[in-house]
Ligand binder design. Sequence first.
Ligand SMILES: NC(=O)c1ccc[n+]([C@@H]2O[C@H](COP(=O)([O-])OP(=O)(O)OC[C@H]3O[C@@H](n4cnc5c(N)ncnc54)[C@H](OP(=O)(O)O)[C@@H]3O)[C@@H](O)[C@H]2O)c1
Length: 243
Amino acid sequence: MSDERPVALVTGGGTGIGAACCRALAEEGFRLAVHYRSSEESARKLAESLPDAFTTRADLASGEEIDALIADLKEKAGRVDVLVNNAGYNVNAPMLSMGLDDYDAVAGMARGTWYLTKLVLRRFMLRKKTGRIVNISSVVGHTGNPGQIPYTMVKAGLDAFTKSLSQELAGRDILVNSVAPGFIDTEMTTELPEEVKAAILSRIPQQRMGSADEVADVVAFLATRASYVNGSVVHVNGGMFGG
Ligand SMILES: NC(=O)c1ccc[n+]([C@@H]2O[C@H](COP(=O)([O-])OP(=O)(O)OC[C@H]3O[C@@H](n4cnc5c(N)ncnc54)[C@H](OP(=O)(O)O)[C@@H]3O)[C@@H](O)[C@H]2O)c1
């Protein structure tokens, strides 16, 4: 167990925006806990490329697996200084054709994020009386998006979680913020139909999708130098929505 370098836990760290956050936080000197659920190989390769990083697995839909994740973090690192709640799940379908199973799978991410954050606070951050929590929400939690009703509900809720938690933690050096990406070039957006992508681009003043690295830069700033930003939603969307 190493208790020297600050540790950053990034959920969904094996892919897309999460992987970019891992690289950016490693650049800032953090030891990375790269969390994954199914992307074991990419999480392992990423961890091998970062100094002293390690992987840790859990399905965030399961409370028991989150308990086990915390035990694993205690054993492998003994501390968590930064938590990036990046993992997210979406099913694209209009409400009238979506069933409860898909709703539950998408909405379950709110429950998992709530429970993981509670345990990271209780087991690590409150003991050290310092920490940074960054929640990756989405512009669609603010604008709405047809075909993504449960996802937009979760993302809007995540920004409310950011605001409420920052207030519950008043008086402590534990800061909680959201980063709300717009349309970012990752697996999640590759799946979108071409006509949907064209419609999206027409609404972005910068006329392009963002990159995962452009989101990760903001996350790294909030996790390190942003000492007077708290309870905020930082939009990273090329100008399509200003909050
Ligand atoms: N791409 C965009 O345009 C965009 C825009 C706004 C917000 N976002 C948000 O950014 C975050 C990252 O998305 P991305 O674009 O990088 O897509 P992505 O590569 O599909 O990332 C999603 C991550 O969430 C993890 N995950 C999903 N369900 C999980 C579960 N039940 N338990 C644990 N982990 C789970 C996945 O882990 P495994 O692969 O290991 O299963 C994966 O690493 C998400 O919260 C997404 O909503 C993305």
